[in-house]
Design a protein around this ligand. Structure first.
Ligand code: 5AD
Length: 367
């Protein structure tokens, strides 16, 4: 693409409510260095206008790796009998929450595999106790559950929920998740949104069978959904899965997708994901932050369990002390001319009316 035409296409995508697939596909296909640079610059500009120069921090606690899921790409999938399974005790979860709070981070992400026998009341109790002790936002990332469970956790004070669509193509989804249901995944996203959660979704780049057209479809899905949070990560093959021999997701395609996701997502929160920090042993998160991302998620899972949360190989497992983690992110982001923002980092989108009685609704017109 010539310099002027990429700029025109990027401008069309930036102005459109839902960009044309054709424009998005052509940008995903660019290889010329100057074109790629213009894409990243446009995304960086949208990021600056939409969310500013601050980089938000979310502290993650991976509290269990039990999973009933069948996701062919994931090391935690229920069929992987080689993996030792763990679940943190209440005291261990609260101690990790305390560490996150002490580090000055105001969002706690409670993440786990999709536990078949998760007792919703148990998780409600954990939310209650974290909320009563610390002034923090809680993000849940625990998979597909009935609407009633989502409602119980929301009433207990959970603020946000992450559940990735992984791919927006129903056929590709079916091929990668035997026995699971794409429709149920969508149902979860709808329920969460209706219950007033700040809702996040996302995809993986490099899934076997995925094409540039599929990725353009994902970006359209993101644009139509007005999500509060969006995450784009590279697929990294795991030895103990059926996709062990598949190639690793392409870094450049991941960065281009992050950039386009920022351009359509405007003020959506978008992490430089841990998977980008783990690709081929190099931490590429600075490149994600320079291509539209504005969130980093330091891990506070207790050290002895970290290696068991084995979604993909090489998952960055730094041995840093909890109190050093913010400083390390600070080092990374100041090198980019940015700063660490230790506020809660709630959604900047206007909330749709929440159906849950008593739910606090944040009104704003920027959606
Ligand atoms: N590579 C990268 N990300 C993965 N995930 C699962 N398996 C992999 C993999 N092999 C991501 C999925 C899922 C989350 C738990 O981890 O996007 O939503």
């Amino acid at each position: 693409m010539s310099g002027s035409s990429i700029q025109a296409v990027l401008e069309r995508i930036r102005q459109a409510k839902v960009p044309s697939r054709c424009d998005v596909e052509s940008v995903l296909g660019v290889t010329d260095e100057g074109d790629v640079r213009r894409l990243f610059e446009t995304a960086d500009d949208v990021r600056r206008q939409g969310v500013g120069n601050g980089v938000l921090l979310r502290g993650i606690i991976e509290f269990s790796n039990y999973c009933r899921g069948t996701c062919l790409y994931c090391g935690l999938n229920g069929a992987n009998v080689q993996l030792g399974r763990y679940r943190l005790s209440d005291a261990e979860i609260l101690a990790a929450a305390e560490e996150i709070h002490a580090a000055g981070i105001k969002t706690i992400v409670l993440q786990s595999g999709e536990e078949a026998d998760l007792d919703p009341r148990w998780l409600k109790g954990i939310i209650d106790r974290i909320k009563s002790r610390f002034d923090v936002a809680i993000t849940l990332s625990v998979g597909e559950h009935p609407r009633e469970a989502y409602a119980m956790w929301r009433r207990a004070g959970a603020d946000r929920y992450l559940i990735k669509i992984e791919t927006s193509d129903p056929e590709l989804y079916a091929s990668l998740h035997p026995g699971m249901s794409f429709e149920n995944r969508l149902r979860c996203l709808e329920d969460l949104e209706a219950l007033g959660y700040q809702t996040g979704t996302g995809n993986l780049i490099g899934l076997p069978g995925q094409t540039v057209q599929t990725i353009a479809g994902d970006i359209e899905f993101f644009a139509r959904g007005h999500f509060d949070m969006l995450s784009v990560s590279p697929f990294i093959p795991h030895d103990q899965t059926p996709l062990a021999e598949a190639p690793t997701g392409d870094l450049m395609m991941t960065l281009k997708t992050i950039a386009l996701t920022r351009i359509v997502g405007k003020n959506t929160h978008l992490p430089a994901s841990t998977a980008i920090g783990s690709l081929g042993g190099r931490d590429e998160r600075p490149r994600a932050l320079a291509a539209g991302a504005n969130v980093v998620m330091p891990n506070f899972t207790p050290k002895r369990f970290k290696s068991l949360y084995d979604i993909y190989p090489g998952k960055a497992r730094s041995d840093t002390l909890p109190e050093q983690r913010v400083m390390l992110v600070e080092k990374m982001v100041t090198a980019l001319g940015r700063f660490v923002d230790l506020s809660r980092g709630d959604s900047l989108k206007a909330r749709r009316s929440a159906v849950l009685a008593g739910t606090q609704v944040i009104e704003d017109s920027a959606k």
